[in-house]
Write a protein that binds this ligand. Sequence first.
Ligand code: ARG
Length: 284
Amino acid sequence: MKKLGLISLAAAVVLSMGTVAFAEEASFTTIAEGKLTVGTSPDFAPYEFYHIDENDNAQLAGFDIALAQRIADDLGLELEVVPIDFGGILTELQSGNIDLGISGFSPTPERAETFDFSDLYYTGGQAFCVSMENKDKFESYDDFAGLSVGAQTGSIQMGLAEENTPDANIVGLNKVTDIVMELLNGTLDGAFIEKVVAEQYAKNYPDLCVLWDVEYDAEGSAIAVKKGNEGLLEAVNGVIAAAIEDGSMSDYIAEAMDLASDEEHTQEISPGEAVEGMTEGATE
Ligand code: ARG
């Protein structure tokens, strides 16, 4: 297994540099021999989401999943993706239950104290969302004082909410899809969501409105690796560089956006369904 990892890393270096380079001795271990176990929170199209296949089975899809598959393939490992609510992924990583967190992670300085992060594989932005019917009601964040503003538990969007709407009733939800649902049914008045994700759900649910962009200074998405696993971090960086260089990363993103926009086969967010983590009394 280590040998395979080495060979592919060398290949990745060659591809990314466009010239022959010597791969350093990069041996890595994974929690299960021959396997790459990846944690992700599939509520985040086009990064990771469920797509319904022709047999009506929900399949994990998205550009993070494609990248995870590429990493596993290049390192000669079998991929196992474990769905985990976003707020729990880093805990599972720290506990040694997964090898990588691939879930649109922003590599913040606080997280970087405890975890290693790969190079960026995607750069996006942040957005603030409301429902279409409310879009003319708000002019600035001040208008959200006393109203309910949502963000995903454990995400940097929680910090954005605290920073920008400190006087709102800030509600943390486990899944971004639940945030979208609650915006649509009026339980939430506003929400902080990654921009490309907000735009994807606004495409799927035209009642959702991306109201304005939100400033954030640690932009971009990276893969979380447990500290002390330098070999794996290096190998992951090699594959990211190769996937960007050979154009696959752009393909993964385009394919994920296509699939996430496939109306017939994208998992419905059904308003009215019981929501885990819903805060009582958070109505307008
Ligand atoms: N980029 C944000 C963060 O790192 C949100 C990521 C959420 N990912 C997800 N799959 N729900 O905190």
